[in-house]
Design a protein around this ligand. Structure first.
Ligand SMILES: C[S@@+](CC[C@H](N)C(=O)[O-])C[C@H]1O[C@@H](n2cnc3c(N)ncnc32)[C@H](O)[C@@H]1O
Length: 365
């Protein structure tokens, strides 16, 4: 039997009565629900709009830290949350349409901090808290789990967390100085292979750090940094970055070239051209010329392409190698059978065909 619960959206007056912390938690839950909807829809269609991180760190999300934590924790507990909601039998068709908010608030009511009864989802779930807790108790006993961590582990297929890599933008900052600054926050080590790469403990959150915000350091993984380093461009070279947005490797090239010579950064997707231009501005590089177009249509014999000495080709890929960084292991589709899915195979074949074309074109220079 489903029982009804009081249901009213929070009025402005209700929200004004909240303390600052409560208000910020209320809005973080709504921002997290929007991100979760995007992530789950993309995952269901196998067409991600962006990773959890890129969605949370978009300019429209105000309370990034709380939103990120809520999305990650909700995804981590999602199979459990779904099971509890089903067992408690409280979700009617109205709430099915707002499932994302329901998932976030259920996480916060059961395992987090949601105590206030402002907001329709909060009111609804706090009203049913006893039923939810009882469904959780029964689930723990059914799965023979000694607590929520054990239950999560039973449901999870996670990867071990990777350290946080940070590339020092040597156009703006000296490596030693970057180490001193970051050392104030946490333990910092130099990477053994790449001199401009620093290693910080897994989970270090640097998104709001001044060095990141002013482009002195870039949060860039080691594999990504290896590419420009392997090319070893010299100052003064003409280099073509064939598929360049969001531009992390482009600006790494610029740093290795000490902002001398020329980098042509080609990008097909208009929105991503904007991101590329933002990255370039942030890096302070002045030797990058952006071309909005299809790399496959650039003619090697025509100026300025006829003077290109090296090409960095990083075409669109499956993203499977960065799944842990993108937090894909938290998504429902991240299962062992994932690769066998028909849509996935078609997507991979299409990507492979493009990569072959792009490589053949690059080799024609
Ligand atoms: C893997 S991403 C590049 C990441 C980038 N190198 C970096 O490190 O920040 C591939 C990019 O290639 C772009 N792209 C795909 N097809 C393209 C084409 N035919 N010509 C130019 N760019 C293309 C995509 O829009 C995407 O932005």
């Amino acid at each position: 039997m489903r029982s009804s619960a009081p249901s009213a959206a929070a009025s402005k007056a209700d929200i004004r009565r909240l303390s600052n912390a409560e208000r910020s938690a209320y809005f973080a839950r709504r921002e997290a629900a929007k991100v979760l909807r995007c992530v789950l829809q993309g995952d269901a269609r196998r067409r991600a709009v962006g990773s959890v991180k890129s969605l949370v760190y978009s300019p429209s999300v105000r309370n990034k830290r709380a939103t990120f934590a809520l999305v990650c924790q909700t995804l981590k507990h999602l199979p459990i949350i779904k099971q509890i909601l089903e067992d408690a039998d409280i979700v009617n068709s109205k709430w099915k349409r707002k499932e994302d908010l329901l998932f976030i608030v259920t996480y916060d009511v059961l395992f987090g901090q949601a105590k206030q009864s402002i907001g329709d989802a909060e009111k609804f779930l706090i009203h049913h808290k006893i039923k939810l807790q009882s469904a959780l108790e029964q689930l723990l006993s059914r799965k023979k789990a000694n607590g929520i961590d054990e239950l999560t582990a039973i449901y999870q297929t996670g990867d071990a967390p990777k350290p946080r890599y940070v590339r020092v933008n040597t156009l703006k900052l000296d490596i030693g100085y970057a180490m001193l600054e970051l050392d104030k926050l946490t333990k910092v080590q130099k990477d053994g292979l790449l001199p401009d790469l620093l290693i910080l403990p897994a989970g270090t959150d640097l998104h709001d750090h001044p060095l990141v915000l002013n482009g002195s350091v870039f949060m860039q993984g080691k594999a990504s940094c290896m590419v420009a380093a392997a090319l070893r461009p010299e100052p003064g070279w003409a280099v073509l970055d064939a598929c360049s947005a969001p531009g992390n490797k482009t600006v790494h090239l610029a740093a290795l070239m000490r902002d001398e010579g020329e980098i042509i950064a080609c990008e097909l997707n208009e929105q991503r051209v904007n991101r590329l231009e933002d990255t370039i501005r942030l890096s302070g590089a002045s030797n990058i010329h952006v071309v909005h177009g299809d790399f496959l249509n650039l003619t090697p014999s025509v100026h300025p392409y006829n003077k290109v000495q090296a090409i960095l080709l990083d075409p669109s890929c499956s993203g499977s190698g960065t799944s842990a960084e993108r937090l894909d292991h938290l998504l429902p589709s991240y299962t062992a059978g994932h690769a066998a899915d028909g849509t996935e195979i078609a997507r991979l074949n299409k990507l492979a065909a493009f990569q072959k074309k792009a490589l053949t074109h690059a080799l024609s220079y």
